[in-house]
Every structure is written in C-alpha cells, then in structure tokens.
Design a protein around this ligand. Sequence first.
Ligand SMILES: [Zn+2]
Length: 406
Amino acid sequence: MAYSQIDDFTKKIMDKNLKITRRKVVLNALFSLFLATALSAQVTVKPEPREGFEERIRKALSSMPVVDTHEHLASISSLSKSKTLDFMWLFHQYADDDIKAAGMSKPQFARLMSDSLTVSEKWEILQPFYEASFNTAYNRVTLLSVDHLFGVKEFNEKTVHLLTDKLREVYQTDWYHTVLRDKCNIQFVINDSKPIPGNPDFFRYTTRFDYFQLDSRAKIEQLGKEHGTAISTLDDLNATLRKHFENEVKSGLTTIKNSSAYYRSLYYEDVSRERAEEVFREVMAGGEAPLDPDAAKPLADYMMHRVLDLAREYQKPVQIHTGLQAGDGNYIMNSNPALLANLFLKYRDVKFVLFLEGIPMAVNLEAWQRISGMCISTCAGYISFHLPTVKGIFTNGWKLFLPTKF
Ligand SMILES: [Zn+2]
C-alpha cells in the first residue's frame, strides 16, 4: 500500500509516531549527554594534574624511605675474602633461573660460580645463554643495577673484566651500607635467618619455625637435641616450640618467616589436638622411617596454628612466601595466597605479610582488603611489574581495591 492511499487517521498516527520517535531520539541524546557528564564527573574526582607529573612521581618515589623486608644476604666479610667473587655473582639468585631456563644445566651454572675457570672462560660459556635470556625481567634488573652502580651498560668480554675488578674493589669497603642506605634509601633490612653482625638496628632478621616436616621419630629427636629438650609427647613438642620461639624473641627477631610453599600447600587446616596427638604417636612409632606426607600433614597443620598462637602472643608479624618462587620444580598452586584465607580469618589480630604479592595470583589479594592484619610486601614483585599483565593488576587493580595502607 502506497503512502498516498493511507487514510487521514492512519496518517495522523504515523505523524504522531514519527514525532514521538524524534522526541525519543532527542531525549536519548540528552540522556546520553547527561550520562557522559555524570560519568566523567564521577571519574574525574580531582582536577587534571599539572604537566610533568610523571617526573614528580619519579622524584617522590626515589626519595621515599624503604623497608627491605626480604633479604638473603651473605656476610660481607666472607664475600670480601671469597676467591669466587667475580661478575658471576651478579647472576646469583633469580637471574640464574632465567639463564637455566635458557638451557644451561644446573651443574654447569654451579661451575661458573666456582673458582675453577677464568673470567674470560666463564663469559664464553655464559654468553649464549645470557643472550638468549637478556630480555627477562630478572636479567634486565641485573643490567639496570650495574648501570646505576658502575655505569656499565652491557655485558660483554670487556665489561665482565671491568665488573669483576669493580666488585673486588667495592667489597673491601662498607658496600652494603653504600648500596642499601645511600643508593636505595633503605631504613632497615630484614635478613633471612641470620643476623648480620655490626648494626642490629639496620640489619634485623627473621626466623623460620619449620615444624611442618616432622614425619619421623629421628627428626623429632634431633629437634629436641637442638633445643635441649626431650620430646616424647605432643606437649613436649609444643614446649620445645615455645622455648625455641622465646629464645629467638630474646635474641631480637623482628618477624617470623614461612617458606613452606616450596614443599607443601599453604592450606593449614585447623586440626584438633586429639587428631594431632594421634599423628604424633604414629610418627614416634615409625622410628627412622618417615610417615607419608599426607599422613603427617595434620601434625604439621596443627603446629602452624601453634606458631601463629605465639606470633599473636608476642605480636610478631608473620611473613609468608606466596606466588612466584625461586628455582624450578615448584608447584605454583601450593603458593596461592587464597589458601591462607582460613588463617587470616582465624588470626585477625596477627599481622600477615605476604611476600611477592602472590604474583601471578595477586588478583586474589584484592578481595581481602578488609582483613586489617594483612599487608602485601612487594619484595621482588617490582621486577615482575615489567610483565604487562602484572602491571595491569597493580595499577588498575590495587589502586582501586586496596586502601593506601598497602
Ligand atoms: Zn626468602
């Protein structure tokens, strides 16, 4: 039917509909405009920053005091006397994982860390593996460090000699102080396990209470010997832990450390005393032979809760390795921070410090912002920020989800 044939009534309706449609379009446009204005008003809560804010942020960050929560420093006096001190020490820990991932075998890397080869021979062996892995975050940080410390911008046959000479020279000085305090503005360092002699205010330390692999009578007896106790019951084991803990508190430990994700899951069930006692008796009855890890787990879980009871009593923070681990052969899901949720909820008054931000599972942490005792310690995580996905989690996730206390 042609438009001319439509009766007046139909035409009126069609005209009206057309007007309504036009009005709708205008209203929709107005609404969209309103929405856009409202949304932009919501997003822009503060005026745009003045030009040059990147530089101002960089300056503010570089003058910010830092607490170094996670170190495995060797004593400087042993390093200064070491015959193995050469450029290879720059690849010791973390960077070595990438060299090995590029194909170097573990024994070959160990040989490069010994004094059996000259600097040139070492570089000749290392070079192809370094060139196959120069792009990784850990190797880029190694290069960044030698640039900042010695003005060396690449590793080559010439610079590895120069770096070896420099390292041998600087380790005769108070080098830790120069790097940690002068260059990095670190207020104090928490070193793993051993206090570094000299300045206890600056070099603090953490202790592991690894009562999580007590799967044989021999291990339990050995533990008793180390702490001057005789352990034949679960009560004795608890008393040994308390004695060990209190001695460490007297010696000045700053934090408690848990790296158990290297060998077990971070899920520590709340096991009853009766169940723990049953497993303890089974372990003691087994003599030298270790109990199967699954069978021994309830005792380990129970002991973790006792460590946390002491952390609460003495108000000591608990550092836990989560996320990426050093070396290969680890089960990444063992270190998922989500496995710790039951501990955070039960021990709300204990301060938990999650190492390495749980990367690559960091997204879990954002959901726990309301657990007041939880802190995230970036440690080597800042290196992983070179990875775009992790950078995204940090910049877009954390800043929106986490209060500034993190
Ligand atoms: Zn560590």
